[in-house]
Design a protein around this ligand. Structure first.
Ligand code: ADP
Ligand code: PEP
Length: 333
């Protein structure tokens, strides 16, 4: 069983990383949506140093940008109040033009895994005079730079890899990357494009993790399985693609497909979300971890809990101890 933590400011010291490894973490994930390999290289070196000191082999995953939609960069966080209006695009919230062109009147726009929800202004044309529309805040909250973005029910056509993905792939071997995650995998062609780029970079040995994050990926799961080494059930974005009460059923269905094909799979996102701010998780969270192991997950991963939370080492401890308990119970049963 592999246990991953996402790297971020909250665990950016050799000491904290050693505590996480001592608690049973076996690998880390670097989310390249927040900066490329060169900018984040210091974190990888810290992980390698922590691993050397504890004599542990650490898996290092890089999570590409891929065809994922995200807000652009901006300095000041925005407190979006329910009922207020926001400008999207030119002079306002930096939304990629490819996405703006797809927004129609009445569309729901989900930011940061749906924490903030907007409704596009009635009357906004699909092309919206190129690059600017108004949206009303339906569910308010804090909007931070670089957060995920989705137009409910719409698939915006995007290339498989960005230019920065290709650069990061070329540098992957020199940083000791062991696995690469591709977000929003839609079809087998996405995985073939990634495999080809890895091969060209002399990185054909790096493991490919296919992140299933929307309905296109869910529907294509059978077709995708032969072209990846691992499937990632990425519940953050996947939860944006359907009413949340449908997510458990979809997670179980993906897990069953993977089990039947003998494909290892990872379950990720909000496994211990309350541990952003609390040292002890909820009962529901530990049960979620336990159930994922019972369903056959080969790896589990923490995201914001380790990248930006107040208790990164404690979160790893709960993840690992609960996962190992589930494995023991399965053996005894
Ligand atoms: N490489 C990084 N550099 C700076 N901050 C990061 C990095 N990776 C993660 N974070 C912070 O931790 C948060 C949670 O990480 P993650 O779940 O990977 O991102 P997101 O929620 O944006 O997909 C991010 O939103 C960001 O604030
Ligand atoms: C892990 C996920 O992806 P990201 O953190 O890149 O949004 C997710 O959506 O569950």
């Amino acid at each position: 069983m592999e246990y991953y933590g996402t790297l971020g400011p909250a665990c950016g010291s050799v000491q904290t990383l050693k505590e996480m490894l001592a608690a049973g973490m076996t690998g880390v994930r670097l989310n390249l949506s927040h900066g490329d390999l060169e900018e984040n290289g210091h974190w990888i070196r810290m992980v390698q140093e922590a691993g050397r000191e504890l004599h542990s082999q650490v898996q290092i995953l890089m999570d590409l940008r891929g065809p994922e939609l995200r807000l652009g960069r901006f300095k000041e966080e925005i407190q979006a109040e329910e009922g207020s209006w926001l400008v999207l695009g030119d002079g306002g919230l930096p939304v990629p033009e490819e996405a703006l062109a797809y927004v129609c009147p009445g569309d729901r726009i989900l930011i940061d895994d749906g924490k903030v929800e907007l409704e596009a202004e009635a009357g906004a044309a699909p092309s919206a005079s190129g690059c600017r529309i108004m949206a009303r805040v339906v569910r308010g909250g804090l909007i931070k730079s670089g957060k995920s973005l989705a137009i409910e029910g719409k698939a915006v056509p995007m290339p498989t890899l960005t230019e920065s993905d290709r650069k990061n792939i070329r540098e992957a071997v020199s940083y000791g990357i062991t696995g690469v995650m591709l977000p929003f995998v839609r079809n087998k062609e996405d995985l073939l494009v990634l495999r080809e780029a890895l091969k060209e970079a002399g990185a054909g040995e790096i493991q490919v993790f296919a992140k299933i994050e929307n309905m296109q990926g869910v529907e294509a799961i059978k077709e995708l399985l032969p072209y990846c080494d691992h499937v990632v059930i990425a519940r953050g974005d996947l939860g944006n693609a359907m009413p949340l009460w449908k997510l458990p059923g979809v997670q179980k269905r993906l897990a069953r497909e993977c089990r039947e094909a003998g494909k290892p799979f990872m379950v990720v996102t909000q496994m211990l979300d309350s541990m952003h701010e609390r040292a002890v998780p909820t009962r529901a969270e530990v049960l979620d971890i336990y159930n994922a192991v019972l369903d056959g997950a080969s790896s589990l991963m923490l995201t914001g809990e380790t990248a930006a939370g107040s208790y990164p080492a404690q979160a790893v401890e709960y993840l690992v101890n609960t996962g190992e308990e589930a494995l023991r119970d399965m053996e005894e049963a």
